[in-house]
Ligand binder design. Structure first.
Ligand SMILES: Cc1cc2nc3c(=O)[nH]c(=O)nc-3n(C[C@H](O)[C@H](O)[C@H](O)COP(=O)(O)OP(=O)(O)OC[C@H]3O[C@@H](n4cnc5c(N)ncnc54)[C@H](O)[C@@H]3O)c2cc1C
Length: 478
């Protein structure tokens, strides 16, 4: 696939597809993996009755199914996926399996306690280890590399943020083994970036191949007796049933795991905003380029700018690199054409070449994007109401690769009535406020995106921390 190409709309969801699934291959670098077969399987053909119906075949849905099937193999579990498993963010992301919880400890503590916030972070750290355990134990080949995460500071403002970030972790009782400050030499040893003043490193992150993970999980599910119905769109979720065009799936429990697509379901338009994150990937780089770039342990990487960028060294020696900056689309609209924004893709290529000059004239072979779910308070949530049987998890803001596993484990414990430590974590059963109606939503979100982009440019030029950006982060609870 070449950058900028647009998939053909052939299904009822206007997404690339044909009977062999080859259209899905163009969705991202990860989809374009030769051994992955995207042929949709087992579409629902009529009404069914199950114990648990899960709407959405991404990590949230599949991890929930996995832990339910493990806890009680007699449960009849069905996953209902509108396109194919891994169609959404779970197949397209940056592959950072990180312990970053999208809400800050300060925000988590404000709604619970200092101890609650610490437990939340420790649960996230454990989650990266848990995913590794499952992947290795179940034999899911997804290029998992527990190399940690290096973030470099490339101007004085970013360096000040790096130091206060590490000091912040110390205040919360997290030591060097959680996150440590790197000198310029130490940071450059890990990532051969330009203008490095220092950085931070945490071991609580791994790089992985997102689509191999999500497709591997689906295969595992089928082996565990979970029915995975692809090309099965749910039109409405009500207590006791998930409605589809070919019949209702009745179930004691219905789990909503639709993340960035949630606003398309009736009654949920203002629940979660779909924001686009876009990515590019290079051809495999040469050994001498890698000698200069580093990332010898396949550390994931970024710098300390406000508008987040993220990258990884793939198992086949490419750079996969992404960032925010794409616009929010009026009315929380989601369209395949929004996955590809030539302006943002060009910006990402420029940012990567500036960050890592050794990339030089390497060809960029792939460009794609996808939507992630942002709740109004930037705080993910999950819930299970025993009375109605309705459950949900989501709003991961763009840090869902690991958080979805914690969500799946916790939902399984709640549904099976397991009194584990997980069911008392602070993110449970809290409700994010609704987003504002349009046009406020459109104006507000795009104004903040522009503000952060401007703050990054000003900081790069002057080295002085942007007061406006800091004020906005505070407003967002950071
Ligand atoms: C470009 C990009 C890069 C990212 N990088 C990272 C990263 O490096 N690290 C990280 O932690 N997070 C990252 N994220 C976020 C992360 O990928 C998500 O938080 C995570 O995958 C969410 O998983 P999910 O299962 O909740 O949602 P999804 O994977 O989006 O799955 C939802 C599924 O529901 C299906 N669906 C929707 N509506 C219906 C319906 N009505 N009926 C049936 N099915 C339906 C969709 O087709 C989709 O397959 C990134 C996201 C994007 C887009």
């Amino acid at each position: 696939m070449t950058s900028g190409g647009s998939p053909t709309a052939t299904t009822r969801h206007s997404i690339a597809s044909d009977t062999t699934g080859s259209g899905y291959r163009s969705l991202s670098l990860w989809h374009d993996t030769p051994e992955l077969d995207w042929t949709p399987t087992d579409p629902l053909t009529g009404a069914r009755d199950v114990d648990v119906a899960i709407v959405g075949g991404g990590y949230t849905g599949l991890w929930t199914a996995y832990y339910l099937a493990k806890a009680d193999p007699s449960l009849r579990v069905a996953v209902l996926e509108r396109d194919v498993v891994g169609f959404g963010a779970s197949g397209r992301n940056g592959g950072w399996c990180s312990a970053i919880f999208p809400a800050t400890l300060r925000k988590v503590a404000a709604g619970s306690s200092r101890d609650g916030a610490r437990r939340m972070q420790l649960a996230m750290n454990d989650t990266v280890a848990e995913i590794r355990k499952v992947i290795e134990g179940e034999g899911i080949a997804c290029d998992f590399a527990p190399g940690g995460y290096v973030s470099v500071a490339r101007n004085a403002a970013q360096w000040a943020r790096a130091r206060s970030e590490v000091a912040g972790w110390r205040d919360w009782g997290f030591g060097e083994d959680h996150m440590r400050l790197l000198s310029a030499a130490e940071a450059s040893e890990r990532l051969g970036a330009s203008r490095v003043l220092g950085g931070t490193f945490t071991p609580h992150c791994a790089a992985l191949h997102p689509a191999r993970l999500v497709r591997g999980l689906a295969e595992l599910m089928r082996g565990l007796g979970v029915r995975v119905h692809e090309e099965t769109a749910v039109t409405e979720i009500v207590p006791g049933r998930a409605r589809t065009a070919v019949g209702d799936v009745t179930a004691g429990v219905v789990v909503r795991a639709t993340e960035g697509f949630t606003a398309q379901l009736p009654g949920l338009r203002r629940a979660v905003v779909p924001m686009y994150s876009l990515m590019v990937a290079t051809e495999p780089l040469t050994d001498s380029q890698w000698d200069e770039i580093g990332l010898r342990e396949r550390e994931t990487f970024s710098d300390k700018r406000h508008l987040r960028i993220y990258g990884q060294r793939t198992a086949d020696g490419r750079l996969a690199f992404g960032g925010r900056g794409a616009p929010y689309h009026w009315g929380s609209t989601v369209r395949p054409s929004f996955d590809r924004d030539p302006r943002v893709h060009a910006m990402l290529r420029d940012v990567l070449r500036d960050l890592l000059p050794s990339v030089g004239g390497a060809e960029f072979t792939h460009a794609w994007g996808g939507n992630l779910g942002i709740p109004r308070d930037w705080y993910p949530s999950l819930s299970y109401d025993r009375a109605t049987g309705l459950a949900h998890a989501g709003g991961y803001v763009g840090d869902g690769v690991a958080t979805t596993n914690l969500a799946g484990r916790t939902l399984a414990d709640l549904i099976t009535g397991q009194q584990s430590d997980l069911v008392s974590l602070p993110w449970l059963s809290r409700q994010s406020p609704k987003w504002e109606p349009e046009p406020l939503r459109w104006i507000g979100i795009n104004a903040v995106t522009a503000l952060f982009a401007r703050a990054d440019r000003t900081e790069a030029r002057t080295g002085r921390p942007s007061c406006t950006a800091s004020a906005f982060w505070k407003l967002l609870g950071h």
